[in-house]
Write a protein that binds this ligand. Structure first.
Ligand code: GDP
Ligand code: MN
Length: 383
């Protein structure tokens, strides 16, 4: 789960990392109030989960609150595209942050180095919007510090990192506790990535996180109730947000054939078969092992709440998940929902025969192989 900049900055604040004060707004009036409260000189920043917002025109400095508000009004509802993200994302919120006078822009990030099997802190003196070019042209300009998993980071190691990154010596005293706090935030929040670019040095000599990017490991959701609301706000799709709330493994794909199966591999296969049959899968949904009727019902409801879905394919290989439990779930969902679209179910393995008996007489079309099921649903949905 990627956090928006304003959410990432809230997290930094909790761990004592200085950030530019700011407020999030979802319309021009909100932006105006925020800009006035922050003293007038602000930077308006699109809150979209993509890199390169500055270059995409999503970050601008203003001296007057009225101008900031006008820009916020233009930005909200607009689609921003960048080199990294050509499809782009629609801006729903902006962060109105106090403007700071930046003397230098550094780069700091923390991530898991899979080869090292350890966390690595990366730092460069040449931060800012061209960091990708710096990394490509001169990888040596980015200094690295491997974090010892037992004792963490020591002050002397961070001082050495700062020296190798050629940061000015007078900022090191501020730099050390900030990196320590960022590593603490990374570990305690189960982050996958923390990136601060720019890590700004102001003209009056203060280090401050002027931008913040944090991504949290989704597998740790159960032990971070504090991110539950954040997840809603950060979700790229409302159906995925709803699925996350219900603990359902759902990925929105945007087509019109809804897909439900058990086991990630089988679901991916079903997606491929639907594509091979000329259809466009609407989603990935794995009901999980041993799903009972109520869970299957929830899953059917979720997939059918996507207004684009014109047909539903259910592909179950019974094992721990029993076929008749799935059939009960489908029937219960149908009893409560007014389902007018075609549904094809292929149920094999444990409880398959019982399932077929239960489903006979309903409007659900049976199929024996995955290919046949995929072809049928594509044909029925298209008709
Ligand atoms: P990104 O392009 O998505 O990484 O967005 P950033 O938050 O990093 O902003 C892009 C650039 O805008 C930064 O590299 C800074 O140069 C500039 N910027 C952002 N905030 C401020 C600010 O408060 N003062 C000044 N002077 N520049 C800022
Ligand atoms: Mn940035």
């Amino acid at each position: 789960m990627k956090l928006h900049e304003y959410q990432s900055k809230d997290l930094f604040s909790k761990f004592g990392v200085p950030v530019t004060p700011g407020e999030v707004a979802s319309d021009a009036e909100g932006a105006l109030r925020a800009a006035q409260a922050l003293g007038g000189k602000v930077v308006v920043k699109a809150q979209v989960l993509m890199g390169g917002r500055g270059k995409a025109g999503g970050v601008k400095l203003f001296d007057r609150p009225e101008d900031a508000a006008a820009f916020a009004g233009e930005l909200i509802g607009k689609r921003l595209t960048s080199v990294q993200n050509p499809t782009g994302m629609v801006v729903e919120k902006v962060l109105v942050a106090q403007q700071i006078e930046i003397a230098e822009e550094y780069y700091v990030s923390i991530l898991l180095d899979r080869a090292e099997q350890k966390l690595v802190v990366m730092c460069s003196k040449e931060g800012g919007m061209e960091i990708e070019e710096v990394a490509a042209r001169d990888p040596q300009a980015i200094a690295r510090l491997v974090v010892n998993p037992i004792w963490g980071v020591e002050d002397f190691e961070i001082r050495s990192l700062a020296r190798r990154a050629k940061l000015p010596t007078n900022v090191v005293r501020q730099f050390v506790p900030m990196v320590k706090s960022l590593v603490k935030a990374y570990i305690e929040s189960d982050a996958e990535l923390i990136e601060v670019n720019p890590f700004a040095l102001t003209t009056d000599g203060k280090l401050i996180a002027a931008d913040a990017k944090v991504s949290i490991d989704d597998n740790s959701q159960f032990r971070h109730p504090e991110f539950r609301e954040t997840a809603d706000d950060a979700a790229e799709n409302p159906l995925e947000a709803e699925a996350a709330r219900q603990g359902i493994a759902y990925v929105h794909l945007g087509g019109d054939i809804g897909i439900i199966g058990n086991g990630a591999g089988l679901v991916m296969c079903s997606i491929d078969e639907v594509s091979a049959a000329g259809g466009k899968p609407a989603n990935f949904l794995d009901v999980g092992g041993g799903a009972k009727a109520d869970r299957v019902e929830k899953c059917v409801r979720l997939v059918l709440s996507d207004p684009n879905v014109k047909g539903l394919l259910i592909n179950i290989f019974g094992g721990i998940t029993r076929g008749e439990e799935v059939a009960h779930g489908i029937l219960e969902a149908f009893e409560h929902l007014d389902v007018s679209i075609p549904v094809v179910a292929r149920i094999e393995g444990t409880g398959a025969q019982e399932a077929l008996n239960l489903l006979s007489g309903s409007k659900i079309v049976g199929a024996t192989t995955m290919q046949e099921a995929a072809q049928r649903i594509v044909a029925l949905a298209g008709a």
